[in-house]
Design a protein around this ligand. Structure first.
Ligand code: TYD
Length: 135
């Protein structure tokens, strides 16, 4: 099973000039093949998102605009990470519980995912997640 040490921040290269900035995600900076991209937007600031882990899906979460906090939890410890740069992605492997909260106004949360959507591979109850870890 994965622990928090298998999560990491990924730097997304950017090209900046007087016309603005351009950030590029090429396949070699993401540790999986991207099968799906989705994004959260128009999120009320008091929203709570996430609240699940995945049996199969790995993901990278990016604050494309604004900011929010991601709480990651491996069943024995948890950590809160503020994402607020479009050039930084948080890599989350399988079997890590995540919650997302404290969205700023206008925040856009982009998720790169290693699988297509499959509800069956979600662990949406924290107790189920803990039980899976203990085998
Ligand atoms: P949910 O997993 O609750 O979102 P979050 O983890 O961001 O809080 O998903 C919200 C709804 O959207 C839920 O009914 C499942 C659906 N959904 C899809 O249909 N396809 C997808 O790729 C995703 C991520 C969610």
């Amino acid at each position: 099973m994965n622990s928090l040490s298998s999560t990491r921040l990924i730097n997304i290269p950017k090209v900046h000039d007087e016309r603005g900035s351009l950030a590029v995600i090429e396949k070699d900076i993401v540790p999986f093949e991207i099968k799906r991209v989705y994004y959260l937007y128009d999120v009320p600031s008091d929203s709570y998102r996430g609240g699940h882990a995945h049996k199969e899906q790995e993901s990278v979460i990016i604050a494309l605009s604004g900011s929010f906090e991601v709480i990651i939890d491996d069943g024995s410890e948890s950590k809160r990470i503020m994402l607020n740069k479009p050039t930084q992605g948080l890599y989350i492997p399988t079997f890590i519980w995540r919650e997302i909260e404290n969205f700023s106004s206008g925040a856009v949360c982009l998720v790169l995912a290693s699988t297509t959507y499959n509800e069956a591979e979600y662990l949406r109850e924290y107790e189920d997640f803990k039980n899976q870890l203990s085998g």
